[in-house]
Ligand binder design. Structure first.
Ligand code: KG4
Ligand code: ZN
Length: 345
């Protein structure tokens, strides 16, 4: 079974081809990505209308490229998958439009995939694939969630952010430090030169007794610190603030993840979403989990941020289990707001 996957929920156009046997882990045959970072950088964030227009320009050439790389023709595709939500409505509609039209032309079913399901299953494409059940820490630009995952489609929300997402906290703090967009990788690079103990930023809800997060206060503390230093702020101060910010965010993520593992009694954790690429988060989590005999699984670094491979994979894993929702009418269908728990099998 061959699945073509299309991702267009935000500022990355991703297309991929996956081959799935009747059982066992699907294999990635080819994937290609176009990031719009350069285009949005001038505006300090994603401009939805520009994002949609760029997806239109990129998606067909990327699909051609991926098929050529996989050595396949369109006729060999059995299913077309696309990101149905959550995300920017206009951007999602581009992927949906192309996927539904292509599937209709080929006479194949089309499958709308939940973007976060793609992220949390993405480690199955890595050499060190997890086994069910596991705890998933989903940390992206728009979401911060801890889930209990028993199988594909069996997701229990354990906790989530009540305000900003972890990626948003990275991005907003980076902006206050005058770093470019997206702020997460830029802040992480600067943090490498800083002393995390030079400043102490709050760790909200750390002792809340539940598994929820809150990052809005952190951004306010960073803003206050930057304003306090005013024009006296030097490069070392900025690096120290970056390091202390990264430490506060990763500290909360690690400690709440450990709490989720204790609470569920599970011994495996999957970390997915853009912030999962953060080296300090990985370092802390690896150390803490090693001492507790807990296995940590990450997607390949290139598949941490948005991509088409995770969308093709999620559709393929659902098809293997007979739980994929095939849209036989090929009608465009996007869900900009969509809770993962409601996408359960
Ligand atoms: O999963 P993703 O690509 O897109 C969404 O679905 O949101 O995540 C993007 C987020 C951005 O907030 C970005 O700043 C953050 O992931 N990010 C990072 C790193 N790489 C990406 N944050 C911290 N450290 C990184 N190395
Ligand atoms: Zn994402």
């Amino acid at each position: 079974m061959i699945v073509l996957g299309i991702e267009s929920s935000c500022d990355e156009t991703g297309v991929a081809v996956v081959r799935a046997p009747a059982t066992g882990t699907p294999k990635l045959l080819a994937h290609a990505l176009h990031s719009q970072i350069d285009m949005h950088q001038a505006y300090g964030g994603v401009v939805p209308e520009l994002a949609s227009r760029d997806h239109i320009r990129r998606v067909i050439p990327l699909a051609r490229h991926v098929l050529a790389e996989a050595g396949m023709s369109l006729a060999q595709i059995d299913h077309v998958a696309y990101t149905r939500g959550p995300g920017l409505a206009g951007a999602l509609l581009v992927g949906a439009g192309v996927a539904c039209s292509l599937a209709a032309a080929l006479g194949r079913p089309v499958i709308g995939v939940h973007h976060l399901e793609g992220h949390l299953l993405s480690p199955f494409l890595s050499a060190d694939a997890p086994e069910f059940p596991f705890v998933a820490l989903l940390v992206s630009g728009g979401h911060t969630q801890l889930m209990r995952v028993d199988d594909v489609g069996s997701y229990e929300l354990l906790g989530e952010t009540i305000d900003d997402a972890a990626g948003e906290a990275f991005d907003k703090s980076a902006k206050l430090l005058g770093l470019g967009y997206p702020g997460g990788p830029a802040l992480a690079r600067l943090a490498a030169f800083g002393d995390p103990s030079a400043f102490t930023f709050p760790r909200p809800l750390l002792h809340s007794g539940n598994l929820d997060f809150s990052f809005a206060g952190l951004k306010t503390s960073v803003r206050n610190q930057v304003m306090k230093l005013g024009t006296n702020v030097c490069e070392q101060d900025k690096a120290n603030i970056a390091a202390a910010t990264q430490e506060a965010i990763t500290d909360v993520l690690v400690r709440k993840s450990l709490k989720a593992l204790r609470h569920t009694g599970l011994t495996r954790i999957v970390v997915a979403g853009g912030v999962g690429a953060n080296a300090r988060l990985r370092e802390r989590l690896n150390i803490e989990c090693a001492t507790r005999q807990i296995r940590v699984h990450y997607p390949e670094l290139a598949l941490c941020t948005d991509n088409g491979a995770m969308i093709a994979l999620a559709a393929a894993m659902r098809l293997q289990r007979g739980t994929a929702v095939r849209q036989l009418d090929h009608a465009f269908n996007v869900q900009p707001r969509w809770a993962l728990a409601s996408a359960a099998a």
